[in-house]
Design a protein. Structure first.
Length: 393
């Protein structure tokens, strides 16, 4: 039975409100809730979404959410899921932006995040273990997972990630192809999609933005909104590799080119993007707020997330038709262990990058125990870890 839109909204709203720690943290929360707890998708579906998002431009986390929402509820499900997962970070960034321009500083949250980040690392490890148990079946896949994790951890390069995925995909094809051939009688059923009428309704907001661009001529405020729209959608569609890759490009455009922010304001915008849950691309909300208040923040947020989310859905429709072929199945037997290794390396990156203290190690160990042994929902683990950081540090 297809999940309701209410389920999708509430699920991704909760995920969006508790996904500190970057792209893999958000993916891990999706895996825990949608796959392991509610069993609405398979772990392989999540890894297919990660693979697709890795080769598309824009914020990888939101692209995966768009993919998952589409798998569960078609175009409407994708729209509801993306809006819900972005809403908490948008509202929090909106509040922080108001405080920043009102009082000139960011509320101190270092102790809170000192507790949260080790717990996030524990969630990511638990997801990697769970996926590994289901997807890694032989020695070559074990080697791929370990090698991929090590290379990604030490490289920190998006090009390295792409190279690993390409090499592992080619290996999977040549090594597993014969065993992946599916008899004609077992071919997957055609994917049901929503009517084109619903698709057109969902594209109406984009059409409205286009009309806004035509009407903007001669009106300074509308001209500003058109510039915000074109600038942030252009950045989104031209940046591959996730949030941190866009930072130098964004700085070049909004600080050096447009002169919208000072260097100090830009650094603070990135910092606030890091201390809010969800993707770091939400720093665009801060910039839009400075330029045109609430409507500028909303425009910048939609412009930087919507284009690639829509692109992901179009690619997912094509991907669904070929995902059960023998060739694609073989390729994914090489890709899945590589993705699992990358997920595990994300946990190590979080721990290593923020310092492995006795406190961090204790939070990590306890969080991993209660998640894996006692099956405690991560939505409870994360705030408790943050409050512990405030009370102890």
């Amino acid at each position: 039975m297809k999940p309701s839109l209410t389920y999708l909204f509430l699920t991704f709203l909760r995920i969006g409100a508790t996904s500190w720690g970057g792209f893999m943290a958000l993916i891990s929360m999706i895996q825990k809730k949608v796959v392991e707890q509610d069993k609405n998708l398979e772990g392989t579906d999540i890894m297919e979404g990660i693979s697709l998002a890795s080769v598309l431009p824009g914020p990888m986390a939101v692209n995966v959410v768009s993919f998952v929402g589409y798998k569960l509820g078609g175009w409407t499900g994708a729209l509801v899921s993306v809006v819900a997962v972005l809403l908490p970070s948008f509202l929090l960034m909106l509040g922080l932006s108001h405080l920043y321009f009102q009082y000139g500083d960011i509320p101190a949250m270092s102790q809170f995040f000192a507790g949260i980040l080790p717990a996030v690392a524990a969630i990511i490890v638990s997801v990697a273990v769970n996926l590994g148990e289901k997807s890694i079946k032989d020695i070559p896949q074990i080697v791929i997972a370990i090698a991929s994790g090590i290379l990604v951890f030490y490289s920190k390069s998006y090009l390295t990630t792409l190279a690993i995925l390409a090499v592992c995909g080619v290996f999977g094809y040549f090594y597993y192809y014969k065993s992946s051939v599916v008899p004609a009688s077992q071919d997957a059923k055609p994917v049901q999609t929503e009517s084109s009428q619903k698709t057109y309704w969902l594209l109406l907001p984009l059409l409205g933005l286009g009309v806004l661009g035509v009407w903007a001529n001669g009106n300074p405020l509308l001209e500003l909104h058109k510039t915000i729209l074109l600038t942030f959608s252009g950045m989104s569609l031209s940046q591959f590799g996730g949030g941190y890759v866009i930072i130098p490009t964004m700085q070049k455009i909004v600080v050096d080119g447009m002169k919208w922010l000072s260097n100090r304001e830009f650094v603070d915008a990135v910092a606030m993007g890091q201390i809010t849950p969800g993707p770091i691309f939400v720093s665009a909300t801060f910039i839009g707020y400075k330029l045109a208040g609430f409507w500028g923040a909303l425009n910048a947020t939609i412009s930087i997330f919507a284009p690639t989310a829509v692109l992901t859905i179009f690619c997912a429709r094509f991907f669904n038709k070929i995902s059960k072929s023998a060739v694609v199945t073989a390729i994914f037997k090489g890709l899945r262990p590589a993705i699992i290794g990358m997920i595990a390396s994300a946990a190590l990156t979080i721990l290593w990058g923020n310092g492995i203290s006795v406190f961090a190690a204790a939070i990590f160990g306890i969080a991993l125990l209660v998640i894996m042994r006692f099956k405690v929902d991560p939505v409870y683990v994360i705030p408790v870890a943050g409050i512990t950081g405030i009370l102890i540090l």
